[in-house]
Design a protein around this ligand. Structure first.
Ligand SMILES: C[S@@+](CC[C@H](N)C(=O)[O-])C[C@H]1O[C@@H](n2cnc3c(N)ncnc32)[C@H](O)[C@@H]1O
Length: 496
């Protein structure tokens, strides 16, 4: 159980307000500059994903439990976890069978962590803050998730006798447990687990207060388990601060579905309200009747209609089945660049070139091309470089619209583009297909792009993967600048 510290940035730059529609939300209390930090915060709780056992000290996956309390996981490497929690749990009078039963139900770990906040005088205030958080109890009642929590979490806790012993036996109802579990679902952030590719959740009292928009003006970065929230553009005093709760690279229907089922609200942002998604056509289908028409989903009626002729429609079931099949095919082709290219060509007759499924395909292809280009023993031809450059440009065009301002995704795509362009220019020069002047010009252009990519990643915590990428970008940038210096010197020597 960590003590939740709130940074001076939050108290000096943000104000918490409340309205009927949003509940509590955050506004800027002064002008905030692009890149400025508005919050640094430690998690109130780090929660394992349902069914996982993570060491309560280092968060690594483990199968072992603390030898003293026997109810919370503790790995071989760690010797202790939060003392107050350990002592409290150790005092419970549970039979060996009850303990065994609880250890066999890792789903209860998150709920136990919440309940322990209620146990100690030292953490009463933190528990009170949890109780202020939105849980959408009524909207979640009788849903599948409600039933599965009842079965996987509440029933084993009830059967074990833990609930009747905690908090001096004051009533601890299934309703309260549903509320705490709902609070985690509505408010917690997915954070990286220590092992590659793993995930867990962090609950941040202030971090959770920012409202959502698919066009956010703040970005979150997680460093270990601490969160940093910073502005991705200049923000004026009194403007509302919006974070994005979902993946910006999904189409409107998919984003809204995730927000509705996971966070219980309908997003009203400008991107969601625009059937063309700000002209990007991230969800548009090709009209098979109009040569240049695109079929989009009307937000109000839900009808799929061609922008040029509203009589040309698609059935929602057809749209859903095409997308489902396309995603399946991408999954089965994901390591095979030829199959992916064929799929891209096939789908381009049905989906807009910027459709989010097409972008996913393009990203997959670009990442295989990156591996090919990194392995010089493949002796890749110019066509390989050119293909990757084209794909990066196409992806960037969309990102510029949906992630204006500082953006991690844009920084990575820009870096990929710059690096590939520089590599191609160097190759052409080495093969005497290009003059030194042309190479210099190309390198100057890529330097501008690399600087911009680096500028956007400099706000990321150094130890995060994005921070590490920024360091390798810096090395590439220096190499590029050295090459440019050498070229300029040679040029000057030749002209003297
Ligand atoms: C992480 S919480 C944000 C803090 C919350 N408003 C509170 O009072 O504790 C997420 C919840 O805030 C509300 N919310 C956030 N962004 C919203 C938006 N753009 N439109 C409507 N409701 C929103 C929804 O109720 C959502 O489930």
């Amino acid at each position: 159980m960590a003590t939740a510290g709130v940074s001076i940035e939050f108290t000096s730059k943000c104000a918490v307000k409340h309205n009927e529609q949003l509940g509590r939300y955050v506004v800027a209390s002064c002008n905030i500059k692009e890149g400025e930090t508005v919050l640094l915060e430690q998690p109130l709780l780090v929660l394992p994903n349902l069914g996982e056992r993570r060491c309560c000290s280092c968060h690594h996956l483990t199968t072992r439990y603390c030898g003293k309390c026997q109810l919370l996981p503790l790995c071989e490497e760690c010797t202790s976890h939060e003392q107050l929690d350990c002592q409290r749990l150790a005092k419970l009078q549970l039979t060996p069978q009850q303990l065994e039963q609880l250890q066999a139900s890792p789903e209860v770990i998150g709920a136990l962590k919440f309940l322990l906040l209620r146990e100690h005088a030292e953490t009463q205030q933190q528990f009170a803050e949890v109780m202020q958080m939105e849980a959408h109890l009524e909207l979640r009642r009788s849903t599948d998730i409600w039933r599965s929590y009842q079965e996987l979490v509440i029933a084993p806790l009830e059967a074990s006798g833990v609930l009747t012993q905690l908090r001096n036996r004051t009533e601890l109802t299934a309703e309260l447990l549903q509320r705490l579990l709902g609070t985690a679902d509505i408010n917690a952030f997915e954070i990286r687990a220590p092992e590659q590719g793993g995930a867990m959740r962090g609950l941040y009292v202030r971090g959770a207060l920012f409202a959502h928009s698919c066009l956010p003006n703040v970005v979150t970065a997680i460093d270990g388990v601490s969160i940093k929230v910073y502005a991705n553009r200049n923000i004026a005093a009194d403007e509302m601060l919006y974070n994005c709760y979902t993946n910006v690279l999904l189409g409107t229907e998919e984003r809204r579905h995730i927000l509705k089922t996971g966070k219980c609200f309908d997003c009203q942002c400008a991107r969601c309200a625009d059937p063309t998604e700000l002209g990007t056509h991230l969800s548009s289908f090709v009209c098979n009747k109009c040569p240049k028409g695109f079929v989009v989903r009307q937000p109000d009626s839900g009808a799929w209609q061609c922008l040029l002729n509203a009589e040309h429609t698609l059935k929602p079931e057809f749209v859903a089945s095409i997308l489902e099949r396309a995603k399946e095919e991408i999954f089965h082709s994901r390591e095979d660049i030829y199959r992916l290219e064929l799929l891209l060509a096939k789908l381009s007759r049905i989906l807009h070139a910027n459709h989010y499924v097409m972008l996913d395909l393009k990203q997959n292809i670009a990442s295989i091309l990156r591996q090919i280009l990194q392995n010089m023993s493949h002796r890749p031809s110019c066509k390989v470089y050119e293909r990757k450059i084209r794909l990066c440009q196409e992806i960037l065009l969309v990102l510029k619209i949906i992630t204006p301002g500082i953006s991690r995704l844009k920084a990575i795509a820009l870096y990929e583009l710059a690096n590939t362009q520089a590599e191609l220019a160097r190759k052409l020069y080495a093969e005497q297909e290009q003059q030194a002047d042309d190479l210099l010009l190309e390198l100057q252009q890529t330097e501008v792009m690399m600087r911009e990519a680096l500028r956007m990643l400099l706000f990321e915590p150094i130890s995060s993967p994005e921070g590490q990428l920024a360091r390798s970008m810096l090395r590439d940038l220096k190499e590029l600048q050295n090459d440019m210096k050498l070229l300029q010197q040679t040029d000057e020597e030749l002209s003297n």
